[in-house]
Design a protein around this ligand. Structure first.
Ligand code: GDP
Ligand code: MG
Length: 370
């Protein structure tokens, strides 16, 4: 169905009609400003022009609130988001636990910590680092598969007594594919059998050249067990973050990514969200994947209720009507009606995809029987 005029679409995106027409031409579609195009084409144009399309119905496309560009003067530095990867038993979990204990803020507050899928540490210097608390490349690739690129820096954990192993190589591959810079944490350096130089040489074979060997990859010899050089590892992350010039606009409507979600017996659906831009507030109407709700409460990584969450801050969101999937995006919308429209559309799409998959399955079944 031909539903939206080129002019109307341009208006919704706050783009010039001529630019929309040009984009259409590049896609092989000839249209004037008053002509109508179908929703599928509109969706492509919206993406081409750098906005985020939201399908509100089969026949209509809305522009996501995340569409607009931020002005340079509204951008402020934000904490880097770090994912820890590496071979099994090389110390990912131990390192995440040890890093968490370096948080000066929670030390002051008594050190009660909650596992919510991500946490933030504050360094003596005042800088902050956000760690995704689900180590391993399974979580990383699952999120990426849903289009969520939340990670700014990958910490590659390599045990100094074991060296580069298959999952180390896998992790390097994933980080490189995602174009995320790697910092190498050579772990278990407390052990007499530790051979950090061997690790550096083995990394060469995977095109990961550390500074000592003439490359630009930062590496730190650490021990999750004794706490050796954890401060240096954190300094390296901050250094890498400065190179990346990580910034976000806290003053806009919020957008984030679901890191983890579950159905809690007492609290209902709970999603841990990493705010990417804007500031998420209690009372906001949010759409997360194909679920929506009004934010009833926000709980931080120390179990404290907070009124709002700034960019790169992990926070538990209460008040959703259902459980979204890890890697799905969360956006704030203006009205409940809009939230309902978007999620109803997405749920229907999900059901259709599911039905199609089952259809294929039974078809394959049929062929097998023949
Ligand atoms: P993961 O599979 O990568 O999450 O590894 P874990 O954190 O579960 O650690 C695997 C094993 O290595 C555990 O027995 C840890 O106690 C041990 N381990 C982790 N880090 C260190 C370290 O820095 N030094 C020593 N000696 N042992 C460590
Ligand atoms: Mg582990």
């Amino acid at each position: 169905p031909e539903v939206i005029t080129v002019g109307d679409l341009a208006n919704r995106m706050a783009e010039r009609g001529a630019d929309v027409i040009k984009t259409l031409m590049r896609m092989g579609v000839m249209a004037t400003i008053t002509q109508t195009i179908d929703a599928d084409t509109a969706e492509l144009v919206v993406q081409e022009l750098g906005h985020r399309p939201i399908r509100v119905s089969e026949a209509d496309v809305e522009i996501g609130v995340g569409g607009g560009q931020d002005r340079a003067e509204d951008m402020v530095p934000r904490a880097p988001v770090v994912t820890v990867m590496g071979h099994v038993d090389h110390g990912k979990t131990s390192l995440l636990d040890a890093l968490r204990k370096t948080d000066v803020a929670s030390r002051e507050a008594g050190g009660i910590t909650q596992h919510i899928g991500a946490y933030q540490v504050q360094l003596e210097s005042g800088s902050r680092i956000t760690f995704i608390d689900t180590p391993g490349h399974a979580a990383f690739t699952e999120m990426r598969a849903r289009g969520a690129n939340v990670t700014d820096v990958v910490i590659l954990v390599v045990a100094a007594d074991d060296g580069v192993m298959p999952q180390t190589a896998e992790a390097i591959k994933h980080a490189k594919a995602a174009k995320v810079p790697i910092i190498v944490a050579i772990n278990k350096c407390d052990l007499p059998a530790a051979k950090p130089d061997r690790v550096r040489n083995e990394l060469l074979q995977h095109d990961l050249v550390v500074e000592a060997l003439g490359g630009d990859v930062l590496d730190v010899e650490v021990s999750a067990k004794t706490g050796l050089n954890l401060d240096r590892l954190e300094e390296s992350i901050i250094l890498q973050a400065e190179i990346l010039e990580l910034k976000a606009n806290p003053g806009r409507t919020a957008e984030g990514v679901v890191v983890e979600a579950k159905l809690d017996k007492g609290r209902g659906p709970v999603a841990t969200v990493l705010v990417k831009r804007g500031t998420l507030k209690v009372g906001d109407i949010v759409v997360a994947g194909s679920e929506w709700g009004r934010v009833r409460a926000l709980v931080n990584d120390r179990g404290a209720t907070v009124p709002q969450a700034e960019p790169a801050t992990p926070v538990e969101v209460l008040g959703l009507n259902g459980v979204p999937l890890a890697g799905e995006d969360m956006v704030v919308v203006e009205t409940e009606a809009k939230a309902r429209e978007v999620t109803e559309y997405r749920q229907r799409k999900k059901r259709e995809a599911e039905a199609a998959k089952q259809g294929r399955g039974s078809l394959e079944q049929m062929f097998k029987q023949i």
